[in-house]
Design a protein around this ligand. Structure first.
Ligand SMILES: *Cc1c(COP(=O)(O)O)cnc(C)c1O
Length: 371
């Protein structure tokens, strides 16, 4: 089946008890056993599994073409479970990206003695050089948030295979509609479903999808089910509802973003635009090979510096000043001022999440804000 059909149908079935076409939200915490102690379905207690969460996980597995999926309470909980499933003496190579992922390592796993090396993910030789004997996981984010650097995912997977390490890809910015990490050789795919996957800025969620049900996956599941970082049924249902329209939304986000990026690239107040769809982007060729379209996230640098960048964010009328990305509404953010000090994000950088408004209106809004 094609992805549009999977997005609408996978994981869902009409409710056998009522015939309801739409999936019910199963709020039940616990599940009745048969007289002989057996269970009518596979559910015992909702921390371990719940029918609404299972429907979301089945849908995610099918969308990704994987073997299994776990839905988490947030993208950060998904990353935490992935790291928690490693042995403490393991080493992780991490591509520079979402600053929260680096924070999970430095604020939580450093105390736990996990070792890591952070590298520019667009620099494959730097990734090769960072791999050590005890490297167990290479965690890539492509394109990265907010610098929009692109990793050569299949080249890194090749390196990882030789080193006996697993590759996990944070595919939040692309979704399975635009980028298929398993087809490029990755072992795991991670999502903040908060973003494009759920897509309506009304739910915080995360997910991991695995290509194989192996030992490592078993450990990830133990961390989740025993550790308890699970999403509630209503959040799972919201994510499932959002997923129905995912292919259409993501293509429309990408169409709009390409137009906005092209406009910004030609504006005199803009020093540089980071968008992989632009031919000038340093990894445009890799992006064109491994992505179907170029997504709804971009950033750009204001030539006149920090104050001028902040002034632009204060003047937009359609773009909302807020963090996050992937919702139907366009968002604008001066990224450096919301990240912790010393993250290295340039102070003249503005991040945009391009929504589903008409691109003419978005361009007009940016045009008046840039002056
Ligand atoms: C938002 C985000 C995360 C973190 O997800 P939460 O759902 O906010 O915990 C991780 N990676 C990327 C690329 C993100 O944009």
């Amino acid at each position: 089946m094609k992805i549009e059909t999977i997005a609408v149908h996978a994981g869902r079935h009409a409710d056998p008890a009522s015939g309801a076409v739409e999936l019910p939200i199963h709020l039940s915490t616990t599940f009745k056993r048969n007289a002989d102690g057996s269970l009518p379905a596979d559910f015992v207690y909702s921390r371990n599994g719940n029918p609404t969460r299972r429907a979301l996980e089945d849908c995610l597995t099918a969308l990704e073409g994987g073997a299994d999926a776990s839905a988490f309470a947030s993208g950060s909980a998904a990353v935490t479970a992935l790291l928690h499933a490693l042995e403490p003496e393991a080493h992780v190579v991490l591509s520079e990206g979402y600053y929260g992922t680096g924070k999970i390592l430095s604020d939580i796993f450093a105390r736990w003695k996990l070792k890591w090396t952070m590298v520019d993910g667009s620099n494959t030789p730097a990734i090769a050089a960072a791999i050590k004997k005890n490297t167990r996981l290479i965690f890539l984010e492509s394109p990265s948030n907010p610098m929009i650097r692109v990793c050569d995912i299949s080249a890194v997977c090749e390196l990882a295979r030789k080193a006996g390490a697993k590759v996990a890809v944070d595919n939040t910015v692309c979704t399975p509609v635009l980028q298929r990490p398993f087809e490029l050789g990755a072992d795991l795919v991670m999502y903040s479903t908060t973003k494009f996957m759920a897509g309506h800025s009304d739910v915080v969620g995360g997910a991991l999808v695995t290509a194989k049900k192996d030992d490592y996956w078993q450990k990830v599941q133990t961390v989740q089910q025993t550790g308890g970082g699970v999403p509630g049924p209503f959040d799972c249902w919201l994510a499932l509802r959002g997923l129905k329209t995912l292919p259409y939304r993501v293509r429309a986000h990408s169409d709009n973003a390409m137009k906005v990026a092209t406009f910004l690239a030609g504006h005199r107040a803009v020093e540089k635009v980071n968008y992989p769809g632009l031919e000038k982007h340093p990894q445009h060729a890799i992006a064109a090979r491994q992505m179907k379209m170029f997504g709804g996230l971009m950033s750009f640098h204001i030539a006149a510096g920090r104050a001028a960048a902040l002034a632009v964010t204060s003047k937009t009328r359609i773009f909302t000043r807020a963090t996050s990305l992937g919702g139907t509404e366009s968002l604008i953010e001066h990224r450096e001022s919301v990240e912790a000090p010393g993250t290295g994000t340039p102070e003249n950088l503005i991040r945009l999440s391009i929504g589903l408004e008409n691109s003419d209106d978005l361009i007009e809004d940016l045009s008046q804000a840039l002056g």
